[in-house]
Design a protein around this ligand. Sequence first.
Ligand code: GTP
Ligand code: MG
Length: 174
Amino acid sequence: SNPITSIKLVLLGEAAVGKSSIVLRFVSNDFSENKEPTIGAAFLTQRVNINDHTVKFEIWDTAGQERFASLAPMYYRNAQAALVVYDVTKPQSFIKARHWVKELHEQASKNIIIALVGNKIDILEDNENERKVAREEAEKLAEEEGLLFFETSAKTGTNISEVFLGIGEKIPLK
Ligand code: GTP
Ligand code: MG
């Protein structure tokens, strides 16, 4: 038998950190240099096989622009998993990520699986001086708050499938 487990997953994070690009890479193995900001939220699905199970990710990709901030609870309320995304070259986006982790722990379901995701690591390949969020600082937050942690590039695809497989392995499969 090959049962299907659905996982409701939400992406949160400051505008332009690459949430939609991470989803585009995961769902379509594609990347766009000039992706439009998300308006409200977008819904996408993707199936993957994990240990003989089919896992169907039901993905809510939220808008990071401040004017949409009040919508976020609608999307994380019933989520079993969340990706909290920041941009490794933008310190403000890591501060925002800390706030999202806190809000999820206060308002989302008690057993939500959260992955902290530092995106755009491809930029560091050309110039390590572009890094503005230390890996150690993010690892410390992840350890303290019980989060999975990944550094990714939606542009090159580095670690994108690992994020979703990491989530899938934490959720009990039926
Ligand atoms: P909102 O929908 O406004 O919240 O933004 P978002 O978080 O969905 O960001 P989006 O995916 O639209 O990406 C914003 C910009 O960053 C786009 O120009 C992308 O091409 C670029 N981008 C996204 N991911 C990466 C990455 O891994 N590396 C690089 N170099 N650029 C990226
Ligand atoms: Mg977007």
